[in-house]
Design a protein around this ligand. Sequence first.
Ligand code: TRP
Length: 475
Amino acid sequence: MAGNQISMHGQWSSRWVFILAATGSAVGLGNIWKFPYITGENGGGAFVLVYLACIAVIGIPIMMAEIMLGRRGRQSPINTMHTLAIEAGHSTNWQYLGWLGVIAGFLILSYYSVIAGWGLAYVVHASSGVFTGASVEVINNVFFDLVSDPKQLIIWHSLFMVLTMFVVARGVQGGLEKAVKFLMPALFIILLLLVAYAVQNGAFEQAVEFLFVPDFHALFYKLDEHGQEYLTWNGVLIAMGHAFFTLSLGMGAIMVYGSYLPENTSITQTAFMIAIADTVVALLAGLAIFPIVFATNLEPGSGPGLIFKTLPFAFGHMEGGVVFGTLFFILLSFAAWTSSISLIEPALAWLVESLGIGRISASIMIGILCWAAGLLSVFSFNIWSDVKPLSDFNIFKDSTIFDLLDYLAVNIMLPLGGLLIAIFAVWIMSREASMEELGMGDRFAYKLWRLLMRYITPIAVIVVFLNVVGIISFK
Ligand code: TRP
């Protein structure tokens, strides 16, 4: 049964295309927008260290599991889990794991599209030359004017959502494959250029120290509303959640991409390549941004606006900054685009399989719903910026609706999804099945993978969860 069919939705034309698509999914706003700002908010080096450890110990093994389950099930995550649970002789309730992922992907896309919209808006700003020679205040004002105007945000958010739905409506091979091949390398080159600028003109040493010298106090202790320090594991949870987010794990995106993967591809190698590319891009983004943060006396913890307040400064003061700046924000938008489609593909594949409707109608339906949900995030930056629903809890004292949505989806739903995927892959699915699918025999690498997935990954996720819950409830 499972193991050698082809998905009804099509197939990647080669293993390289899969690697590009999965890297396209992984590399996105998470690397360039989110990683720097959450690193800034959580004290730097120690946070980066925990994040890197999570990529290695939790991220890569779970990525292997997702690709493996997807390729064996060959359907949307919901139906894949259903089929594989039957194959393993277990309850079909495992399909709810697919549902958890569909909902997480939907929630994430709703705000991802809003932030990607900022990227689109900045293509226009950068090309207009407003940043040329601009002071920090001018640059901050450009950002403030954008986010405080719901109309502008809605326009850009709508445009990005239409772009996303346009691609998913066209299916697996319809154009996206070609785009990714050129855009990813170009993004990489521009990032290197920005790092070169930062080395020459920014506070580079201070940035390296901030990013790579761990200060655990800064990770574990935060200030409450009275300026008192309190201990919290929340930073560790955010690092772990981000490892899932940045690798697109825990909600079936990589699983559904895996379901379009041809047989006879080494899952292990593939997973390593994707994870390494993704991590390198995030670290480069950090090295491009923090030297400017320190050189311009910006606050590292200044939140979601961080890259929009720092990079324009670099562009405004470098030779050819208008061209590079415009190009950079175009590429950022593309990186977001190749990610956003994977956020909605699981839901779309399910709609097509289960309701028997076409990809086009399915994309329109989901697109409209997700667009509407995105308005919650749009308003979080302006008319509802003072709405802080959980402000009674220390760790959520400054959290807007946007922050809470992100927290729920990324720090709770993704690790929970990942935990269940790990449990399914090594406790439910038979050893023979996973050995066959991973195709590396009973070698050391397989045993290590199994060991990590059986014990280390689940325990790590559970321990972090319990610590955060324990500490929240004290307040
Ligand atoms: N990984 C992407 C980024 O870093 C975001 C993303 C795409 C994602 N697909 C996903 C996150 C699936 C979680 C799950 O920007």
